[in-house]
Design a binder for this molecule. Structure first.
Ligand SMILES: CC(C)(COP(=O)(O)OP(=O)(O)OC[C@H]1O[C@@H](n2cnc3c(N)ncnc32)[C@H](O)[C@@H]1OP(=O)(O)O)[C@@H](O)C(=O)NCCC(=O)NCCS
Length: 150
């Protein structure tokens, strides 16, 4: 069974760091995540687990009635099995519950898998940041899922 839970303490950061290292060329550092955890009213990290093993995570900031989704990844061995969709559904429900239903994120313009995942969840393109990413340099698409007053 897959469960979703908010990361409560730095003791669980090893799971996030391991997923980050598997999924991204330039993962965040432990210090980056410790700063996030220290700001609990703004920073949220959710882990998806299967039988205790971490298989996906999502980090976001709550800024007034908006969520800025910073990190989202599924363990490579668990992809294309609905984990990303289930994790995103959970995070969007959390966003609604905490009164921050408008959700935005940046995604590499070539990341067709993630773009399809987000568009299926109701995100629409709202702009492009030129050369936003490095290693390799690439534009970011800005996506929004708007629910509340603008
Ligand atoms: C993007 C990512 C999170 C998707 O997770 P996932 O668990 O494989 O996604 P799901 O199995 O839940 O798929 C949900 C939908 O996403 C889309 N999708 C997922 N992987 C896809 C792929 N390789 N190609 C095309 N569409 C894909 C599909 O629309 C899919 O729906 P479908 O299965 O009905 O076709 C995963 O590939 C990943 O971790 N990638 C590396 C990190 C990353 O790019 N994160 C996003 C940063 S913005």
């Amino acid at each position: 069974m897959i469960t979703f839970a908010r990361l409560a303490s730095a003791a669980d950061l090893d799971d996030v760091l391991a997923l980050d290292a598997m999924c991204f060329h330039r993962p965040w550092t432990r210090a980056d995540y410790e700063r996030e955890l220290a700001d609990a009213s703004r920073c949220f990290i959710y882990l998806a687990r299967h039988d205790g093993a971490a298989i996906g995570y999502c980090g976001f900031w709550r800024i007034f009635d908006e969520i800025h989704l910073n990190n989202f990844a599924v363990h490579p061995a668990w992809r294309r099995q609905g984990v990303g969709r289930a994790l995103l559904t959970h995070v969007l429900a959390v966003a609604d519950d905490i009164g921050a239903p408008n959700v935005t994120l940046e995604v590499r313009a070539s990341n067709t898998a993630a773009i399809a995942l987000y568009e299926n969840a109701g995100f629409t393109p709202a702009g492009r940041r030129r050369d936003y990413y490095t290693h390799p340099v690439e534009d970011a698409l800005i996506l929004w899922r708007r629910r509340g007053p603008a």
